[in-house]
Design a protein around this ligand. Sequence first.
Ligand code: ADP
Ligand code: MG
Length: 243
Amino acid sequence: MTALLRVERLSKSYGTLEVLREVSVELRRGETLCVIGPSGSGKSTLLRCLNLLESPDSGDVWLGGTKLTDPRADLDAARARIGMVFQHFNLFPHMTVERNISIALTTVKGMNREQAHGIALRKLEEVGLADFAGQRPTRLSGGQQQRVAIARSLAMEPEVMLFDEATSALDPELVKDVLAVMKDLAAGGMTMAVVTHEMGFAREAADRVAFMCDGVLAEIGTPNHMFDQPGHPRLRQFLSQVL
Ligand SMILES: Nc1ncnc2c1ncn2[C@@H]1O[C@H](COP(=O)(O)OP(=O)(O)O)[C@@H](O)[C@H]1O
Ligand SMILES: [Mg+2]
């Protein structure tokens, strides 16, 4: 499999705090990579460096054949190829669910209203929310709102999706519907990097799991390897706390 997104020896500090230390990892086309690890280990910073919301101090990020850390790289074009879903979904409360999705299609992609509407409805159908198109987001549960946020991201036709603890802010009973949408996406061949505390999801949906600890990518492997034969002592310790 070829790498769609690749980081090489990525380092990032905030002041004297080294948050990422020479992290190298690749995301292969069609792969789901789950990133696990204790709070503060650098998982969010890694994702933010992947779509250049954050600029690394050293190291390189590649998207396909494009070196994003090249000062001449067209970052807006690159970011349009990468979708990101955060813990907080940030939907516009005064717009309908449909408009939350279609607005970027008309304003950023220059589509006409009808075309954008069609795509929004299709994406809502994919996340199981076709019936909610005309509602305000505030009428929806947190889990439904997060699925709208996923649909909004998918509507831009990204090549890669990054998820940063997409289910962490949700009530437990709302988590599974969001994870089901993410599993469907993974099974459908989307290339995904997923920071998650949901070990069941990582075991089932990930092709590979990466363990971050103190800014280092300490271990990476198949779910079977990571959960059943963890090598790194810190990974064993982490798993004993979360499983
Ligand atoms: N913008 C920032 N300024 C200063 N410190 C930060 C910033 N973002 C993250 N950090 C620190 O970097 C470390 C790693 O953060 P983060 O990548 O969010 O970890 P994780 O997502 O694994 O919990 C933490 O100690 C955090 O406090
Ligand atoms: Mg984080």
